[in-house]
Design a protein around this ligand. Structure first.
Ligand code: C2E
Ligand code: MG
Ligand code: MG
Length: 716
């Protein structure tokens, strides 16, 4: 058994120790301190080396497993003095798994295999906690005797830094941002999962490659040059760039580039972190668009219009030119909404928007005011006629029927025009004036345009007053009906009467329906008013029928709003029943334009009415755009030639020709024909000659209260 005394160690052991511990003679021999070497014995030199080693070194006798030598670091680490360590069993040092360790050493000794083995273990220090240990051990044979050599190193720092590294790696891997790490030559050495998700490339595909494989080509050389310059000078660059995914899709990303330097300041890596900002970009664009456009039609909204207005106004001022604002309101849009539902109404507005957009110049702005109101801002206009031309074109374009969900719908616009600088220079003033002019267009019978005129300002006040008056008129029973006879040419006597509405206004006297019906329609008041007309006219007719006019009939005018309501049928039925009248005593008059709004709905309503036995007349025939096909299709009984054509008889050949044509048409289709507005005997004779059987007009009797209108024809 070898003692631990240095002096007694044979030279061969020295050599073996030299070889194993690796602090060998060879390296020492090469050292630059030959004088130091010469003053120490070889053993002293080794002792010094061993004790200066920071690693624990233990020499263990085998198979017993007692410590026969150790260095200072071992004593320090284990927590005993050096001399206390000697002869202690290896298994008593506080090493985890020391039994197994000893068994391994002995097994190696027995087998003769002496590999250098490594393991991780823990050392329970004498009275001082636990340290993790990296342990290397090996069996050495000295002159046939086996020893175990153990080298141990405190692993806390390694483990901590590995943990740190693992944490960092995990953070990189799980970061929501894509990360690329390259070496200084820009070869990719690591990417994370987000990189794979965003770019579509697998890690293996890109390792070793240059990140330029993502380049979209959208940034030019100059861009990249500036980027690299900032990166190298400031250590970081941040910005938005376009890159290309593996599937070729180009996408925007927010990119941060950084340089990584070691403690000495030498560049070691580049790191790129980026996020896909496609969604943010689209959202931003959508928000921008939403803030400036009407949700329904996609047209610029008031906000954007204001902006464009400023530009147009500024340009006009510079060039001393004019510009115009057109206020468009769709006539009877409410009917469409009420009868066909809001989704068709919405679709109609979108289609209107599309037609308007297709029509104007790129420099003009169309905007939706809300509801069925649109604005057109025309920059740089030469003459009022040029604006009028645009207005006419708009009317034409919008008057073409719309086909929506199987319904053919016709809407017409009323357009008001205000021109700057005459009618105002700021948006508010122009808007107000265009609005007034639009209102005027409505009162002028719709489907037309009007330029703003100064007197409209005064009139607008009047209109406002009228609207509130109208609301009260029903309650105060200010309406009355006048009746105008329809004369059969063959008999020279009335066969019917047309009920014509009048408003006996407390201050203004008798107001014509032309002056308040458009307003009543706009406000919806036409519905209760219309119902009142229907009931009153039926009751009056029942009175006449009971008093000497048994076969007299009554014509009642219907407005679009009434015609669109399903309950019209019920109203008519009730009015007839209350007055105890047969259905064929009543003729309902509707204008051509009403029929054209929605051909299908019209057909259904006309059929339902005619099934009931009520007859139908098309009023003001010739002024609208009736198609002959409709006439055949609809259950219509009577055409009323518009009085403007009758007025032209004897004056205007074209008017006379139209009268003739309508009469001929009625005959062909087996319809009754009534000529209205007959004022002269000459007109009467001409019409009678032409084959018109029923005549209505001042010549035969003006509209008059019930007690006066039949007196001229009274039977005695
Ligand atoms: P309309 O149905 O075409 O009625 C005929 C209009 O021509 C009446 O005007 C009548 O007074 C007028 N007239 C009759 N004979 C002559 C003539 O010889 N010469 C001239 N110049 N005019 C003549 P009014 O009463 O002012 O009614 C205008 C329009 O108002 C009517 O045109 C009708 O569309 C509407 N209206 C009248 N009453 C009602 C009603 O109760 N409900 C609805 N919805 N509309 C009505
Ligand atoms: Mg009429
Ligand atoms: Mg008429």
């Amino acid at each position: 058994m070898l003692k631990h005394s240095d002096e007694e160690l044979p030279p061969s052991w020295e050599e073996e120790r030299d070889r194993i511990i690796g602090l060998g003679e060879r390296s020492f021999r090469k050292s630059y301190y030959p004088e130091l070497r010469s003053n120490l014995t070889r053993l002293e030199r080794f002792r010094t080396l061993l004790d200066f080693s920071g690693e624990m070194i233990l020499l263990v006798a085998l198979p017993a497993g007692t410590i026969i030598d150790a260095n200072a670091a071992a004593a320090e680490m284990i927590g005993y003095r050096l001399d206390e360590l000697f002869d202690k069993p290896l298994t008593a040092l506080g090493l985890d798994d020391s039994e197994r360790l000893l068994a391994t050493l002995n097994a190696d000794a027995t087998s003769g295999e002496t590999p250098l083995r490594h393991c991780e273990t823990r050392l329970h220090r004498h009275n001082d906690g636990v340290v993790p240990l990296d342990l290397a051990h090996r069996v050495v044979v000295v002159e046939g005797t086996h020893f175990g050599v153990l080298l141990g190193r405190d692993a806390s720092v390694r483990i901590a830094s590995e943990k740190q590294l693992r944490l960092a790696a995990r953070i990189i891997q799980n970061s929501g941002e894509g990360i690329i790490i390259t070496d200084t030559d820009c070869h990719i050495i690591e990417v994370n999962k987000a990189f794979e998700a965003i770019t579509g490339y697998d890690r293996d595909e890109v390792l070793g490659r240059n990140p330029s494989l993502l380049s979209s080509g959208r940034q030019n050389k100059e861009f990249y040059r500036a980027m690299w310059q900032t990166l190298n000078e400031e250590g970081a660059w941040r910005g938005e760039i376009w890159n290309r995914r593996k599937d070729n899709e180009v996408y925007p990303e927010l990119l941060t580039l950084s340089t990584i330097r070691d403690d000495a300041g030498t560049l070691t890596h580049y790191v790129a972190t980026f996020s896909d900002i496609t969604e943010a970009k689209t959202r931003e664009a959508r928000i921008q668009h939403m803030a400036h456009h009407d949700f329904l039609t996609g047209l610029p909204n008031r906000f954007l219009l204001t902006d464009r207005f400023r530009q147009v106004a500024a340009a006009a001022q510079r060039n001393e030119s004019r510009f115009a604002l057109l206020f468009i309101d769709l006539d009877r849009f409410k009917n469409v909404n009420d009868t066909l539902g809001h989704s068709i109404g919405d679709q109609l507005l979108r289609d209107v928007a599309a037609r308007l957009t297709a029509m104007v110049r790129g420099t003009d702005t169309i905007s939706r005011q809300g509801g069925d109101e649109f604005l057109v801002l025309l920059g740089e206009i030469e003459t009022p006629e040029a604006v009028a031309q645009v207005a006419r074109k708009l009317i034409q374009v919008l008057s073409e029927p719309f086909l929506l969900d199987g319904h053919q719908i016709t809407v017409t616009p009323s357009i008001g025009i205000a021109v700057s600088p005459e009618d105002g220079s700021n948006l508010d003033a122009l808007l107000k004036h265009a609005d007034l002019a639009m209102y005027d267009a409505k009162l002028q019978g719709r489907n037309n345009y009007q330029f703003f005129r100064r007197e409209m300002n005064a009139r607008s006040l009047e209109l406002l007053l009228m609207e509130s008056d109208l609301r009260q008129a029903l309650r105060k029973c200010e309406f009355e009906l006048h009746y105008q006879p329809l004369i059969a040419v063959s008999e020279g006597r009335p066969i019917g009467l047309e009920a014509l509405l009048r408003w006996r206004h407390p201050e203004r006297g008798l107001v014509s329906p032309v002056d308040f019906i458009p307003m009543a329609e706009e406000t919806g008041l036409i519905l209760p008013i219309g119902q009142w007309v229907l009931n009153t006219a039926c009751q009056q007719l029942a009175l006449w029928r009971a008093n000497g006019w048994p076969s007299l009939r009554m014509s009642v005018n219907l407005s679009a709003a009434q015609f669109r309501r399903q309950d019209l049928i019920e109203q008519v039925r009730t009015a007839l029943a209350t007055a105890r009248l047969p259905a064929d005593a009543l003729e309902l008059e509707v204008t051509e334009s009403i029929l054209m709004i929605d051909a299908e709905g019209t057909e259904n309503m006309l059929n339902a009415l005619s099934a009931m036995g009520v007859t139908l007349a098309i009023d003001d025939f010739g002024t609208g755009y009736s198609s002959l096909a409709y006439l055949k299709r609809f259950s219509v009984n009577t055409l009323k030639v518009d009085r403007s054509f009758v007025h032209g008889i004897g004056i205007d050949n074209e008017d006379a020709a139209i009268c003739m044509a309508v009469i001929g048409l009625a005959r062909t289709l087996h319809l009754n024909v009534v000529a209205e507005g007959v004022e002269t005997q000459a007109q009467y004779d001409w019409l009678a000659d032409a084959g018109c059987h029923i005549i209505q007009g001042f010549l035969m009797g003006r509209p008059a209260p019930a007690d006066q209108c039949l007196t001229a024809y009274a039977t005695t």
